[in-house]
Design a protein around this ligand. Structure first.
Ligand SMILES: [Zn+2]
Length: 298
């Protein structure tokens, strides 16, 4: 056996093992998405880069919680099926768009996590600087404009933000994340949903203290220190980059630690009670008027 043959056999064995691991990671990411309630029924799709000619993706019409490695479909970067018994998800063009624009990306996850999707439905992006770990990892999480699922509109909407972001909300739809592996993309999906839950609670409580621009700059410095790869820098100053979301991760952060960008609802309520204002429900008001009319008659 020639030396060349030994080397090439070794490579193909390694690559088979790598593909097996990637398929296993997709199955595991799907199981976690399902267990966490990030997908219902046959929602969501996951893909991974195999090499510069092929990627492997979840098939259409299967629950992501109960997949097996042999169910996956191998396609080229035009979306043409190369192998597999099933057909790829109809959202594959969105995945292809991400791989085309991000050579550093090896895994993409799309799901409908309920709280993050609630923000996407409400048209509220997760772009406020409130949690240090989110600023250092994802930066900001914008909303890609609505596109009809399974049409060219969705990849078109994602294209605008994907060069600078590893995760985004999809208006009236869900969220999509990418990373240097399937599990890295999955963990970013977990971070988005966790951040959405915390943001929702803070907003319900009526207070959301934002980190200052100075602190955001300090956190950005930590990316380098901890080796956190990011496709673009954070822009917390509106003057930077004209707030172009294709070039940087635009974050809402006040210029100083005392400045407030978000009104404090609890302060407003305290002020209202100081001003002697009272609040009644419709039922309470109706009962008061009925009482007053009764007293007049008596
Ligand atoms: Zn979807």
């Amino acid at each position: 056996m020639s030396l060349w043959l030994v080397i090439s056999e070794g490579c193909s064995e390694l690559s088979t093992r790598a593909e097996e691991q990637i398929r296993a990671d997709i199955v595991e990411a799907g199981r976690r998405l399902y267990a966490r309630g990030f997908v219902a029924s046959n929602d969501g799709n996951i893909s991974a880069r195999l090499d510069d000619q092929r990627l492997v993706t979840t098939p259409k019409s299967v629950s992501k919680g109960f997949m097996t490695p042999d169910m996956m479909v191998v396609v080229d970067y035009e979306g043409k099926k190369l192998s597999g018994d099933r057909d790829p998800s109809s959202e594959l063009p969105m995945h292809l768009e991400i791989y085309r624009n991000r050579p550093d990306v090896n895994g993409v996850v799309h799901a409908h996590p309920p709280t993050a999707t609630g923000f996407a439905v409400a048209g509220i992006p997760l772009t406020r600087a409130v949690l240090a770990e989110v600023v250092t990892t994802l930066g900001s999480i914008p909303i890609a404009e609505y596109g009809t699922p399974s049409t060219a509109e969705l990849p078109e909407a994602v294209r605008k933000y994907i060069k600078a972001h590893d995760g985004m909300l999809l208006a009236n739809h869900g969220a999509v994340t990418c990373g240097n592996s399937v599990m890295s993309a999955h963990f970013k999906m977990e971070t988005i949903e966790h951040f959405a839950k915390i943001s929702l609670v803070a907003r319900l409580l009526g207070r959301e203290h934002l980190l200052s621009r100075e602190e955001v700059t300090r956190l950005q410095g930590l990316r380098g220190m901890y080796g956190i790869a990011s496709p673009a820098p954070v822009c917390a100053d509106p003057a930077e980059a004209g707030l172009d979301q294709a070039l940087c991760q635009v974050l809402e952060a006040p210029a100083s630690s005392t400045e407030r960008l978000v009104p404090d609802v609890t302060d407003a309520l305290r002020q209202a009670s100081r001003d002697g204002e009272i609040r009644l429900t419709y039922g309470e008001l109706t009962a008061l008027i009925a009482d007053a009319v009764k007293n007049l008659r008596d």
